[in-house]
Design a protein around this ligand. Structure first.
Ligand SMILES: [Zn+2]
Length: 82
């Protein structure tokens, strides 16, 4: 794995991203709702975000740990599953 910005091989592959918005350290995450228009039970799927950080130039990319579950929820929200 090399940095897409500077081609350095010094990439840290799996960095936890801290959210301190609530006075405690929690992992930054994303959510997708399978049924966003429902009053309750919106089929919310959460996934922690992880970062790849270049130790040479600082270029950072994000990826969702549970991306497959997010995608399935997205498909359901779009009405593309049975
Ligand atoms: Zn770099």
């Amino acid at each position: 794995m090399v940095c897409p910005a500077c081609q350095s091989p010094n990439v840290i592959p799996d960095v936890e991203i801290i959210d301190q918005a609530h006075l405690s350290e929690e992992a930054l995450s994303v959510k997708v709702e399978a049924e966003p228009t429902a009053m309750i039970f919106r089929g919310r799927v959460n996934s922690e975000l992880r970062a790849r950080v270049c130790g040479n130039c600082g270029h950072t990319t994000l990826h969702a740990v549970d991306h497959k579950a997010l995608w399935q929820a997205h498909l359901k929200a779009e009405g593309k599953t049975t």
